[in-house]
Write a protein that binds this ligand. Structure first.
Ligand code: BJ8
Length: 425
């Protein structure tokens, strides 16, 4: 990485702590991602983006702000990226996947809270995340209890706008959510000092839909058996999609898909022979949380699809591009986002149906359910999903984890047992 120290210093990072973080990431990346054999050439772009994770992209954000643009940070797939872009902003996903400054974090948050929330505050307190420090506004949402109370604390450090997300999908909820989308639009307009014009919103809808189409194309290719891409590489791309420039990302994902189609025609597969195909379902896996996919793929199986926010839940639905006026576009955006089937909703029948659909479409041999410890929505919803899948004879493995490495041995044993069961049957 070229020398960005001056930029990091201006952003208020703790350079020493930040150096420590940057020392840990490359070896972990090397071990988990670069060590895979026969990766497609198109992954080089994503390797480069990762190698510049705190460099080039952050510089783009800094330059954008210097030209009067906004940078807005989000923590959840319910926050409409289109509005941020239409207001002349850049949207960056801020979910974090590593334990940082635990002791300091526990001065603010209880120990028995999910790792994702604790990690987010940890990065803030330790002053090691150039993304959060580049933001003009953070947009939260009332999803789980932990997050919504956390945003009140985060608001002591930086401006936070919280969207009220209903937890059912009836007409009254839709009306509330549509008004919340408008309230966010108004807040962004105020901050940007400019109106969101129909043309810019139409263009933003197209840009974000193009990103989703590219990711959907990649998802389609993951149906190939033998596989043309590993689960780890697909996860990495999805993680990068949260913070990279959306147009550039779509271009690079499409170029990778061209290559993968060619490789498929030539019979070039990743990992050779057929391996058990697993669906990972549950909580998101933010960078650098590759623990479970790495175990699965090291011990003889493939992550064929991810039913999570760092997977297909992020790009599955497009925004309707038909509406011509601003009001119609805002409604189309609200409706698209309300279709997301996070476990915070009740009832959440769509998620169960979607998982069953994925099992068929991706020739899945077993579902591995991934819940972060202390995450009530996902740990509780697991029961209904297990019940439904077992009725259909689909093997189901429930795993709880956090961001530590302490449970690697235990996770490995359980994954190995599953793979053995699937290969011996
Ligand atoms: S739409 S999955 S990104 S809320 S893991 S913080 S739910 S206690 S991350 Fe999520 Fe939006 Fe839903 Fe997706 Fe709470 Fe659970 Fe922690 Fe979670």
């Amino acid at each position: 990485m070229s020398d960005y120290r001056e930029m990091w210093e201006k952003l208020g990072l703790d350079l020493q702590a930040h150096d420590g973080l940057l020392e840990v990431l490359p070896p972990l990346y090397g071990e988990t991602i670069l060590s895979q054999e026969n990766r497609p050439k198109g992954m080089e772009y994503f390797d480069f983006v990762f190698s510049e994770i705190h460099g080039l992209r952050v510089k783009e954000l800094v330059d954008h702000r210097a030209q009067g643009g906004l940078v807005v940070g989000t923590f959840c797939t319910y926050v409409p990226e289109e509005l941020i872009i239409a207001a002349g902003g850049i949207c960056v996903g801020l979910c974090a996947g590593a334990q940082v400054a635990e002791e300091a974090t526990e001065q603010y948050l209880p120990r028995n809270l999910c790792a994702l929330i604790k990690s987010s505050l940890g990065f803030k307190l330790a002053k090691v995340c150039p993304y959060i420090e580049s933001c003009d506004l953070l947009v939260g949402e009332t999803t789980c209890d932990g997050k919504k109370k956390y945003y009140e604390i985060l608001g002591q450090f930086q401006p936070v706008h919280v969207m009220e997300l209903p937890q059912r999908k009836d007409d009254v909820d839709r009306a509330l959510w549509r008004s919340e989308v408008r309230r966010l639009a108004a807040r962004l307009e105020e901050l940007a000092g400019r109106k969101i014009e129909p043309e810019s919103l139409r263009e933003a809808i197209k840009v974000v839909n193009e990103k989703r189409r590219a990711l959907l194309r990649l998802a389609e290719l993951r149906k190939s058996d033998p596989p043309v891409i590993s689960g780890r590489d697909a996860l990495l791309i999805n993680q990068i999609a949260f913070y990279d420039d959306p147009k550039r990302l779509a271009e690079k994902v499409n170029a990778l898909c061209d290559e993968l189609e060619e490789r498929r025609e030539k019979g070039i597969a990743i990992g050779g022979a057929h391996r058990p195909r697993l669906l990972l379902s549950g909580c998101p896996m933010a960078i650098p949380n590759w623990k479970l996919p790495a175990i699965i793929e090291t011990y003889g199986a493939l992550v064929a699809m991810d039913e999570m926010c760092t997977g297909i839940r992020y790009f599955r639905h497009l925004v309707d591009e038909e509406p011509a006026d601003l009001e119609g576009m805002l409604d189309a955006i609200a409706d698209r986002y309300l279709r997301i089937d996070c476990a915070v909703f009740t009832p959440n029948r769509e998620r169960i149906e979607h998982i069953k659909e994925l099992v068929g479409d991706y020739s899945i041999d077993a579902v591995v359910y991934y819940a972060l410890q202390f995450c009530d929505p996902y740990t509780v919803e697991a029961f209904l999903i297990r019940q439904e899948l077992e009725k259909e004879g689909i093997p189901f493995l429930y795993l709880e984890s956090d961001y530590s490495t302490e449970d690697v041995g235990q996770l490995t044993t359980r994954v190995q047992a599953l793979v053995e069961m699937l290969t011996s049957g």
